[in-house]
Design a protein around this ligand. Sequence first.
Ligand SMILES: C[S@@+](CC[C@H](N)C(=O)[O-])C[C@H]1O[C@@H](n2cnc3c(N)ncnc32)[C@H](O)[C@@H]1O
Length: 348
Amino acid sequence: MNQQIVSEYYGKTLQQSEDLKTDACCTVEDIPRWHKSILSNIHDEVMAKYYGCGLIAPLDLEGARVLDLGSGSGRDVYALAQMVGPKGEVIGVDMTDEQLAVANAHVDWHAEKFGYANVKFLKGTLEELDQIGLEPGSFDVIVSNCVINLCTDKPGVLRHVFSLLKPGGEFYFSDVYADRRLSKAIVDDPVLYGECLGGALYWNDFVNMAKAAGFADPRLVTARPLTIENAVLQEKLGAAKFWSATYRLFHIEGLEPACEDYGQAVIYKGTVEHSGDTFLLDGHHVIEKGKIFPVCGNTYRMLAESRFADHFDFIGDMSAHYGIFEGCGTPVPFDDSSDPTGSSGSCC
Ligand SMILES: C[S@@+](CC[C@H](N)C(=O)[O-])C[C@H]1O[C@@H](n2cnc3c(N)ncnc32)[C@H](O)[C@@H]1O
């Protein structure tokens, strides 16, 4: 699918969120009260042209430098602008003139509302993110909301993201995934593609693509199944199933391919704003305040080498290894019931 068709879909075909034919590019997640209050400070025209599929609200952003890929009319940029505050900065990138025009039209309005100006929008394609003057290794957090599926070179985009992040930075993003590789007929259908379904990656291809780009241990934060209520589109899609999912990918060199147990643990101090009782790293790590929480080596490093480090006490190091971390999806391949004396008579 070419970028011009996507650009026309978002610049001309769609005028507002209600024009979408499915709930793929449309967030139905519960929005926490603190985030609703942030959204209430955003201009109506920006809100009306929101086409995201997930809640882009990574925590602990005060003072951070954030990049939003495919920022559209700017809803997430203007929300993040309030989360990073006057000492932070948020840059949105999009390729569609009409979307950028709406985002840019309200820069001053939001600066007045917030009491500070900390956003800007750049025109560019995500496939050529290295061509718009962004400095490698300069972002604390990169976000994106329902855009990577629309990109023509997804591995290339992930490589650009890896290079733009600071060490310890993260790519926190929502997108649409399929339970299988989609047929050419689905991928080539302009409406299915524009609606964020035709370009959706098979989830396991995405995981391997992220690893190849340097993000060794992708973490799934949330996922919700999509319902395709439009009968014509559903028929074209056949049995394929879709989810909107939010992943976080940390730029940390040397993360291991599996969860290894070094006997380490963390204790959450309860100090992340809006998350006093529990800290959600991902769907498998909901860490209660004050509790000794055993973690694998990768999780320990994601917390110790990212912006979350000050919110945890850390126990242990990596000097002794205890095997695979139990319950992390990789079982020990050997059968406990084998005869340890080798008396079965087998020679090997
Ligand atoms: C589904 S909309 C999401 C917009 C925004 N993130 C939001 O939540 O409202 C997709 C946006 O990504 C932009 N886009 C799609 N492919 C792109 C690419 N390859 N490079 C830059 N922008 C792209 C489109 O112009 C459109 O504004």
